[in-house]
Design a protein around this ligand. Sequence first.
Ligand SMILES: [Zn+2]
Length: 468
Amino acid sequence: MKVRALKYIILGILIFIIFTIFFVSGSCKNTRSRNFNIVLIVIDTLRSDHLPFYGYKKNTAPFLNELSKKAVVFRNAYSASSWTSPATASIFTSLYPFQHGVLMGLHGIRIARKVNPDIKLNKIPAEITTITEVLKKKGYKTYGVADNWNIDEKQGFTQGFDKFQTFGYETAAVVNETLLKWQEEIMNIGKYFLYIHYMDPHVPYHRREPWYKPGKNKKEHRISCYDSEINYVDKHIREIFNSFLWDKNTLLIITSDHGEGLMDHLKWGHGNSLYREEIQVPLLIYLPGGKIYRRINTNVSTIDILPTVRDLTGLPVDRNDAGVSLVPLIENRKNNLHNRYLFSHLLWAKLAEREIEFRTTIYKDWHFIIRSPRKWKQEVGKEDDLSDAKYFGWRYLLRKPDNKELFNIKDDEKEEINKILAEGEIAGILEGKLKEFMVKCKKIKQKSFDYKLNKEEEKKLKSLGYIH
Ligand SMILES: [Zn+2]
């Protein structure tokens, strides 16, 4: 009997040891926790293919490149728009622009008012719970610094923030100055959510030394300036990362609101189209302690950021989110996320009396784009009102007769071969999914309001090259 009892005791101890090992190793792999800080960095106008860890030939971001070696990088991340206000509102709400209704920023309003003085500015409706409000409710102290005039109270971006500062393109150095001023408070307050919106790769591109290298022509010069701005912001992210000790106990998410046309489709800038160069953005997720390295090819969207944060902080799924949690991809668990249809939207209203609505569907290797004029009073091709057009490539748009395009983004990365006729069936499916989603999705009633730009704002828009 004694021998048998001893056997049971030994067996019990073995089972306990096995369970303990299993439990401890399991919890190490688990990405969920309840006490880390959350930092969301949006680098305005940063297309992913100009970063070294997305295959760019120049090392435009030594620090982010280093960080990426301890992080999850989504190789195919898309924004919900190619314009700051709608795209950033989508990051904040996990809704597409045609759902939250923020379609224009201050510049769009200014142009549109040339024709219709009654046009109103729209903002994130108060009844939508933003990422900030979600985290505030969960006990986070919330801070934000945005170096983009559009990201402020007027359009509802400050909902839920304990402290928020907006600048109008003062550079990353000024953003960091503010952060360093707040540092003591932030680091002693308990867990915090910090949103930082850098602006440096946006026009006007400066020559940032020592990174700028002269090009052979004007195009190369501009691209070299754009790249040097990425180096500049990278240097400032390194500074703030080290200062706030984000290598520990911090979930860091780095992305952009949209990309930038560098003459890929004969256009400079953004908000002109929904081609890849304008909507493909970096998405890097650094889990606390840098404990997961992974490269993910599945198409994802910036509207997935909020559901991912909910999941990582132990919050339940919210059915109103149009995005989904990326945690199954991060943890390399079985998932069906490669079967999703992603969308994007842009209301193009840069010229008086002309408004074009762009919508896209992305599914696996396919990218469908539809362009529909909403307002077209003036005769196309007139010389008079085209001063903006030269800069934004308006003439190119006029030359394109088709309003639907389909690209295979795997075989044709630059989106040069329109397969709309050759692959009509695929285009039909993608268009159908877009229409179906637009009919069925939840849309929040937009509350628009009058807003008159003050002199300082007019001046700022001018300095950003928006007003000529
Ligand atoms: Zn932007």
